[in-house]
Ligand binder design. Structure first.
Ligand SMILES: *Cc1c(COP(=O)(O)O)cnc(C)c1O
Length: 354
């Protein structure tokens, strides 16, 4: 192994490190590992893994839909959903910068022959019903067939209000389109909006929810929807190489997460709010763009002159920051407790010498 890789592993395993790059860095804790070790398992491709069955039943009930299927990742779940909804030559209308369009290597186009039609994203993270209506194509041999609208919530940490989601969904359905919701952080959204997960899920035909982000499971994403759509996604999952056998080991972690780690998402939101306030108080970053927070994320715009030095200085204090170039993304999660949170605030104060 090369030295850089060895160093990276040593760094990531240092318990003192405050890794704020993403909530995907959360590790299974002792209680979750115990649940995994004790999980009853079967062969999920044969449909007889009791832990997977229990997790899927829990998820479909939580979101008020008929069925759920456990997939390996959020990308695989979104892809299986898009392939379940659309045929070759059809298109998906979605927000510019939404994950399915910007961050999933165009899998639906590459593997499914499905086109993407981007529409503008409003400052609150939503796509407007008018933009959706305007993007839906007439039935004309020159055009792909508009089939699906992909929504996202949270988007860049923003919990998009229920009314905006409902309006977008109504516009899609009025045009005869189905709706998929990329709810990788759906439970952060419903927590911030103080609504039931099923209320948000009602705006979509299929919903994808990641277990591996703020919920703290090591892997796994649930796709939830009608029996028909989930059945089709299950076939795609197999074709995509995602039919895992004793997946109960992973499902047990997911079930543990849904039973124990949902309420505590509020702690991450509270700390994100407190960090944004601290950064404003010490006047960190570009004065024209004060730090702001959205659910469990904080966004700090550093000046062009300082952003590299900031990242280096913070890393020297064991604090790893996310995002690219000037726009620094700081994600609060389960493995950042109050003690680590105080260290993070202190490290920023030290850099800005305030
Ligand atoms: C993380 C994420 C995904 C994909 O999840 P992976 O498990 O990393 O493939 C999809 N959508 C959104 C909005 C995400 O944040």
């Amino acid at each position: 192994m090369n030295r850089a890789a060895t160093n990276a592993i040593a760094l990531a395993n240092d318990p003192a490190i405050c890794d704020l790059r993403s909530d995907t860095v959360t590790r299974p804790d002792a209680a979750m590992r115990e649940a995994m070790a004790n999980a009853a398992v079967g062969d999920d491709v044969y449909g007889d893994d009791p832990s997977v069955i229990a997790l899927e039943a829990h998820a479909s009930q939580l979101l008020g839909k008929e069925q759920a299927v456990l997939l390996a990742t959020g990308t695989q779940s979104n892809l299986a959903a898009m392939l379940a909804h659309c045929q070759r030559g059809e298109e998906i209308i979605t927000g510019t910068g939404y994950h399915v369009l910007a961050s999933e290597a165009a899998g639906a186009s590459v593997l499914g022959g499905i086109a993407f039609q981007p529409v503008a994203v409003a400052p609150d993270g939503s796509v407007s019903p008018d933009a959706i209506t305007a993007a839906i194509k007439p039935d004309d041999p020159h055009s792909p067939i508009s089939r699906l609208v992909c929504l996202e919530n949270t988007h860049k940490g923003l919990a998009i209000p229920l009314a905006a989601m409902q309006a977008a969904s109504r516009a899609a359905r009025a045009g005869g389109l189905s709706v998929h919701l990329d709810g990788a952080r759906l439970l952060n959204a419903t927590r911030a909006l103080q609504i039931k997960p099923a209320e948000l899920a009602a705006t979509a035909d299929t919903i994808s929810v990641c277990l591996s982000k703020g919920l703290g499971a090591p892997a796994g994403t649930l796709l939830i929807g009608s029996g028909e759509l989930v059945g089709r996604a299950r076939r795609w999952r197999k074709m995509l190489g995602g039919g895992m056998r004793q997946a109960g080991i992973i499902a047990a972690a997911g079930l543990y997460a849904l039973e124990n780690n949902v309420e505590r998402l509020g702690d991450d939101h509270r700390r994100a709010g407190a960090l944004a306030k601290h950064l404003q108080e010490i006047e960190a970053g570009d004065p024209e763009h004060p730090a702001r927070h959205a659910t469990n994320m904080v966004f700090l715009t550093a000046t062009e002159a300082e952003h590299q030095a900031l990242r280096r200085a913070m890393a020297d204090e064991g604090v790893l920051l996310g995002g690219q170039s000037r726009l620094i993304r700081i994600v609060l999660h389960k493995d950042i407790d109050d003690a680590k949170f105080d260290r993070v605030c202190g490290a920023f104060s030290n850099f800005y010498r305030r």
